[in-house]
Design a protein around this ligand. Structure first.
Ligand SMILES: Nc1nc2c(c(=O)[nH]1)N[C@H]1C(S)=C(S)[C@@H](COP(=O)(O)OP(=O)(O)OC[C@H]3O[C@@H](n4cnc5c(=O)[nH]c(N)nc54)[C@H](O)[C@@H]3O)O[C@H]1N2
Ligand SMILES: Nc1nc2c(c(=O)[nH]1)N[C@H]1C(S)=C(S)[C@@H](COP(=O)(O)OP(=O)(O)OC[C@H]3O[C@@H](n4cnc5c(=O)[nH]c(N)nc54)[C@H](O)[C@@H]3O)O[C@H]1N2
Ligand SMILES: [Mo]
Length: 766
């Protein structure tokens, strides 16, 4: 089967206007109410919205930003409201839908159309050779999967993918099932997301998570927001930034784009935000070229070292001596470059003048307590791990780890992506975790590392993996190299998608395929008359309960926990090791988690406290660093930056304001002034002129990579935009066709979704 266009041209007719200079305010409230009304109806909508992020409600299925202690009655944002509305919709995809729409039909639809059809209400099956899904009973579905799994030559021929919405309880059981079956093939969305952060932080600080609490932001003197667009992707973070500013913090933004949310914020929860002009957030904007952050942080660090040598008082020498390792070698390597050559390379990589970097250094010197926040702008490049290690160096130089108002703040994406990793969703589990699992259940888990997301695609492509099971997510659309990935998935014997809503992956099937409908965060989870609740961990390591509130659209949906239990019963039969039956009681799962995962003491008691509890974090709590050296490690990272040949631009692929990853809520990107379509490419006016492109013409984007394969995304509208020179931007997932499978970050193996060398060719049409 060929790959149809990833979007529907009839829906896609973008028009453009000036980008906005401020975020949120009244239009945001109006927009969220509109979407909630359309999807859920007024009453169901209000019921769900009033429960979002409340201490007795459910965790927003949107982003992983933490909730403040004093919650506003409306502790959600425009985009959280959209996520809730999408999930609590009254639109249903049932047996009739699948009778009417063949798989071929679904494969011709846009992701936007698929998502708009509503919630999947019962399990369906596409038999070998069939072009339609048809209803199937749960038992029969589990039997099919179990038969396929048992028929494999090795457990490593199965892949168990996870997206980041899965609760702690479900994630723990899911990894347990995979390991009990015999494989560590647990790829997850993290592999495409913050894996670079985890890799860099584990090596340098000993813990792969952020070290700050919300309170630290409020106490910081300087907050650097690098490679992140919180106005769209973590809107509640703007409230925290506003509060920090009111307490005297300054904010430095590092981004190729001037994102509206980081310029001026109009808080919809305050009178000033609604009628006034809002708060100016960014004090210094460094418009870095895509991929230039390693050079930028190296330059800042070198200035700090030089100024300290000249006049002292810059570095925290006591902290460095007591808590760190490798400082001398690091300083020597960084100071070793000749002055002119160094600044020439920094200028080429960042596009910034030395004066701008010196201004930034002055702001750093005027600040005692510094937090660095980042997201995908830093993690999805070839040199992402070195870049984040250099951010750590930057903080270590002045003792900005493990004290109030300071630290590393990788801002996570999916609402429980951090918790899933804590629960063992990891293809490279630490030995201590496996030991604890063995001790708890009395079986020997597999020790060999499994496949991450990119390796999983290769394994399917090469016939080494034959069963693909996804706990949520949209693997076909979220992964790189769409054509290659889809072909790989179609080579599987069986593909299974545990989903809430329809997406592209349901149209990319193995020889036979199943869709199993799961309860989401907003749904009531009732078992034998009793309500159950799950728990999640936010971006700052706080664990709390999440209770669904709305009546599920159908009684034939199951909780993710029950789906794993159902499969386990069929696959493992009478399992002498794991009491799957007892795990219908989520308290019982939490008891096992408590014994396996450090930091969960008295889990059942503490998770019931309002607001939950915080997990320990050694660097934050006690300035101890569980690294190989027992100290925080300085690392030398060089000055690499992406190389872009003449006549090409470096394309980053990002999110519009109206999407949650591959779920498209609408076709507008309000803050960037794009309306009614998504096939746009944002180009700096001078680059446009130099490349001989016209604003308003359509072009093809063609990516260039060493394997010589031509990857083409046709029909993109050229839009002049104030992005950094040499850097272009377009939306994901339409552009995933352009990301070569083998183009990944060093160490973390994360696809380089934010550094794709592209040239422009005449529009070949859709
Ligand atoms: N509403 C909504 N919320 C979401 C999501 C969503 O899709 N919609 N997705 C969730 C998920 S899974 C995630 S991971 C997060 C993603 O949150 P973000 O990381 O904010 O998402 P992106 O749109 O990928 O934006 C990346 C930002 O980095 C900038 N950037 C790109 N390249 C570079 C670079 O080389 N250097 C620097 N300094 N900046 C760069 C871009 O201009 C953009 O501002 O959001 C989460 N929250
Ligand atoms: N080019 C490019 N590619 C990227 C990125 C990029 O910036 N650029 N970003 C990457 C990042 S950061 C991420 S995290 C990945 C995202 O990759 P994924 O997590 O795989 O993708 P999503 O679009 O978040 O998955 C959405 C689907 O999840 C299902 N779902 C939603 N809620 C639930 C639930 O509660 N339970 C279950 N079982 N299913 C549910 C729905 O069916 C929905 O269609 O994409 C990555 N891909
Ligand atoms: Mo993500």
């Amino acid at each position: 089967m060929s790959n149809p266009p990833i979007d529907d041209p009839r829906q896609d007719a973008p028009s453009v206007s000036e980008p906005k200079r401020s975020a949120v305010g009244i239009p945001a409230i109006a927009n969220s109410m509109k979407i909630v009304g359309q999807q859920s109806g007024a009453k169901r909508g209000l019921l769900t919205l009033t429960a979002v992020n409340q201490k007795k409600g459910f965790d927003c299925p949107g982003c992983a930003w933490p909730e403040p202690d004093h919650r506003h009655p409306a502790e959600f944002c425009e985009n959280g409201a959209k996520a809730v509305a999408e999930e609590s919709t009254r639109r249903a995809v049932g047996a009739g839908f699948f009778a009417e729409h063949s798989i071929t039909d679904l494969a011709g639809r846009s992701g936007y159309w698929l998502g708009q059809q509503g919630r999947i209400t019962g399990p369906v099956y596409a038999a070998p050779g069939a072009d339609h899904y048809a209803p199937i009973g749960w038992d029969e579905a589990f039997a099919l999967i179990a038969d396929e799994l048992k028929g494999l030559d090795s457990p490593d021929e199965a892949l168990f993918y996870t997206s980041g919405r899965t609760s702690n309880e479900a994630a723990f059981l899911y990894q347990l099932l995979a390991r009990r079956f015999g494989t560590n093939n647990l790829p997850d969305c993290s592999n495409m997301c913050h894996e670079s952060s985890g890799s860099a932080l584990t090596e340098t600080l000993g813990v792969g998570k952020g070290s700050v609490k919300l309170d630290d932001l409020y106490r910081a003197d300087l907050i650097i927001v690098a490679g992140q667009n919180p106005g769209t992707n973590h809107p509640r973070m703007l409230t925290a930034l506003e509060k920090a500013k009111q307490a005297g913090a300054r904010i430095m933004t590092v981004n190729p784009l001037p994102e509206a949310g980081l310029q001026r914020f109009r808080n919809p929860q305050t009178a000033r935000g609604i009628v006034g002009s809002g708060t100016m957030l960014t004090d210094l904007f460094l418009q870095v070229k895509v991929g230039g952050d390693l050079a930028l942080f190296s330059a800042l660090n070198r200035l700090l070292l030089q100024i300290d040598e000249e006049r002292g008082g810059v570095l925290d020498h006591d902290f460095i001596a007591e808590h760190t390792h490798g400082f001398d070698a690091y300083a020597k390597a960084l100071l070793d470059h000749g002055e002119d050559e160094f600044w020439r390379r920094v200028g080429a990589a960042t596009g910034l003048g030395r004066d701008e970097v010196e201004e930034a250094a002055a702001m750093v010197l005027a600040s005692q307590k510094i937090v660095v926040c980042w997201a995908m702008g830093l993690t999805q490049h070839r040199n992402s791990v070195p870049t984040i290690r250099e951010v750590v160096n930057f903080l270590l130089l002045r003792g900005n780890v493990g004290r109030e108002g300071a630290g590393v703040c990788p801002v996570r994406g999916h609402s429980n992506v951090q918790g899933d990793r804590t629960m063992g969703i990891w293809e490279r589990p630490p030995a201590e975790f496996l030991d604890a699992l063995r001790d708890e259940f009395g079986f020997e888990p597999p020790r060999e590392h499994g496949a991450d997301t990119v390796d999983a695609i290769r394994a399917m492509r090469d016939g080494r993996a034959k069963v693909f099971f996804a706990m949520g997510g949209n693997f076909a659309a979220a992964t790189p190299d769409t054509a290659a990935t889809e072909e790989a998935m179609r080579r599987c014997r069986l593909t299974v998608q545990v989903s809430t809503k329809l997406n592209r992956s349901h149209a990319v099937t193995g020889e036979h395929a199943l869709i199993l409908p799961a309860l989401g965060r907003t749904d009531l989870d009732v078992h034998e008359g009793a309500e159950r609740f799950v728990s999640v961990e936010d971006s700052m390591g706080e664990v709390h309960a999440s209770r669904g509130r709305v009546e599920p659209l159908s009684a034939d949906m199951r909780s993710e926990v029950d789906i794993v239990r159902g499969l386990a019963a069929r696959l493992l039969g009478e399992d002498e090791a794991v009491p799957w039956e007892e795990f219908a009681d989520y308290d019982r799962i939490r008891e096992s988690i408590e014994r396996v995962v450090p930091g969960f003491d008295d889990y059942n008691e503490r998770v019931r406290r309002p607001g939950g509890f915080r997990l320990p974090h050694a660097p934050r709590d006690s300035r101890t660093f569980p690294t190989a050296t027992g100290k925080a490690n300085f690392t030398s990272n060089g000055l690499s930056a992406p190389e872009v040949p003449e006549g090409r631009l470096l394309l980053q692929t990002l999110r519009s304001h109206d999407q949650f990853n591959t779920t498209i809520y609408g076709l507008d990107d309000r803050y960037r002034g794009v309306k009614g379509g998504r096939r746009v490419v944002l180009v700096n006016p001078e680059d446009r002129a130099e490349l001989g492109l016209k604003a308003g013409e359509y072009v093809d984007l063609v990516s260039e990579w060493e394997d010589g394969v031509e990857r083409r995304a046709p029909h993109f509208l050229v839009v002049e935009y104030p992005t950094a020179r040499g850097s272009a931007a377009a939306y994901y997932p339409e552009t995933n066709v352009l990301v070569p499978l083998d183009s990944t970050a060093d160490v973390s193996n994360t696809p380089t979704s934010k550094s794709i060398v592209v040239r422009f060719e005449a529009d070949s049409g859709l």
